[in-house]
Design a protein around this ligand. Structure first.
Ligand SMILES: Cc1cc2nc3c(=O)[nH]c(=O)nc-3n(C[C@H](O)[C@H](O)[C@H](O)COP(=O)(O)OP(=O)(O)OC[C@H]3O[C@@H](n4cnc5c(N)ncnc54)[C@H](O)[C@@H]3O)c2cc1C
Length: 395
């Protein structure tokens, strides 16, 4: 059974098939935060847009298994897409949240140094941030830190006032609503099984939950299929070892009440230099929850392994205890896990988002978004603008 969301009702696949048998103008494969943001943007100025999503509702993969942080754009390589789209996306996201009453909290974040060695790294982080256009970071001494967060330990800290958190579910819901109100159509419960280049675009084969298949054509295809975006790209014929996704798991522990109330902002340690992750940090959410994590572990194979590892409690406790002196071992418990779609191999320097219209490989109108890890949520609206510009150049 395939379900088709028209904004007013759910209808079964017989009607959907008839609609899809007509040419789609633009097909977006992904009802996660990035695909929905793209569809929302494009549906404002294009008709005949479809989102195809294998799950029965939006945001069932990485988009609902993350820290929900609106990143400032501090750490990324200068002039990278991650850096530019994060800084632009942060502003667009705050504006969007205000416009549509999406719950968010511009709470700010402290990057804390707990040793002399870490103090020496702080100025370098501030300079990287300035090169990326993030000019508002302030160095705080112990007294200034205590005024903001009296319960943490830090010798020095960098305060980022533009960092915040957002309710990502409400954000995705709003993108979905706007897309449908603009005339876009969302096809849930349908998996893209094959894509073939044809003269005027692409032929796409879908499988529904009953394994019934049907075929439609689309002039433009946007592949932002998250953890399997490399597989979608291979379906059309693009084989590139640099675009192979490696699943990289991140687990979280929560701080149990009442100690969750002792933290009001995001608290991060000084990051590792290769940026596989940014260290076990403390994030808060819109419901008052406080999480430790995520850690970083490349999985041996690309399996959807969201299992929690209670035996990691000691490591999480030790990492967090460095700056949370009030924490006792039993104050934390396993919470959840997410998987990063990394194209950066273990030990390699930070990789950028891969966002390309693939004419140069012989696939005009096929747009790949691969390796869309953090800060993908923060950047989602800026990514949508960027993709919209790629399409304008194509047609
Ligand atoms: C642990 C963790 C923490 C993070 N923290 C943050 C953060 O604090 N701030 C931030 O900005 N970013 C963060 N991110 C990154 C952010 O979550 C992602 O960049 C973003 O969610 C990616 O959205 P997406 O739509 O590309 O992918 P997804 O949410 O993975 O969506 C892809 C969709 O495509 C669908 N799909 C795949 N294949 C097919 C197919 N063949 N047919 C039909 N549908 C298909 C899937 O079902 C899925 O719904 C974090 C990520 C992780 C893993």
């Amino acid at each position: 059974m395939t379900y088709f969301y028209s904004g007013y009702k759910w209808v079964e696949n017989i009607i959907l098939k008839k609609q899809l048998m007509n040419d789609a103008g633009i097909t977006v494969i992904d009802a996660g935060v990035i695909g929905l943001a793209i569809a929302e943007n494009l549906s404002g100025s294009n008709s005949n847009i479809f989102i195809i999503e294998k799950h029965p509702i939006f945001g069932q993969e990485t988009s609902s298994r993350n820290s929900e942080v609106i990143h400032a754009g501090i750490y990324y390589t200068k002039d990278s897409l991650k850096s530019k789209l994060c800084v632009e996306g942060k502003k667009l996201l705050y504006d969007f949240c205000r416009k549509y009453d999406i719950p968010f909290n511009n709470c700010g974040k402290l990057i804390v140094a707990t040793t002399d060695e870490e103090i020496s790294v702080i100025e370098g982080i501030r300079q990287t941030a300035i090169r990326n256009g993030v000019n508002d970071l302030r160095v705080l001494d112990k007294n200034q830190i205590a005024e903001l967060e009296p319960n943490i330990f830090a010798l020095k800290a960098l305060f980022s006032p533009s960092t915040g958190i957002v309710d990502s579910h409400s954000l995705m819901k709003q993108f979905e609503t706007n897309t449908v109100n603009n005339g876009g159509q969302i096809v849930y419960g349908s998996e893209v099984a094959a894509i073939k280049k044809i003269r005027e675009g692409y032929e796409i084969r879908l499988l529904d939950a009953d394994k019934q298949d049907y075929i439609f054509t689309s002039r433009i295809v946007i592949n932002s299929a998250g953890l399997t975006a490399d597989k979608i790209s291979e379906m059309v014929g693009i084989e590139d070892n640099n675009l192979k996704i490696l699943f990289c798991k991140g687990e979280y522990f929560r701080i149990n009440p009442p100690k969750n109330k002792l933290i009001k902002r995001l608290i991060y340690p000084v990051p590792h230099h290769n940026m596989e992750g940014i260290g076990i940090h403390i994030t808060i959410d819109m419901g008052g929850g406080v999480k430790l994590g995520p850690d970083v572990k490349y999985l041996e194979s690309n399996v959807y392994d969201y299992k929690l590892t209670p035996s990691k409690q000691e490591d999480f406790f030790k990492s967090a205890r460095k700056f949370l002196p009030f924490l006792e071992y039993d104050d934390i418990a396993p919470e959840m896990a997410g998987i990063r779609p990394k194209i950066q191999k273990p030990g390699e320097p930070q990789h950028d988002f891969y966002i390309e219209e693939e004419s140069r490989r012989g696939y005009p109108g096929f747009i790949n978004l691969i390796g869309m890890e953090s800060p993908g949520l923060t950047s989602s609206i800026a990514i949508a603008k960027y993709v919209s510009n790629l399409i304008k150049k194509t047609i």
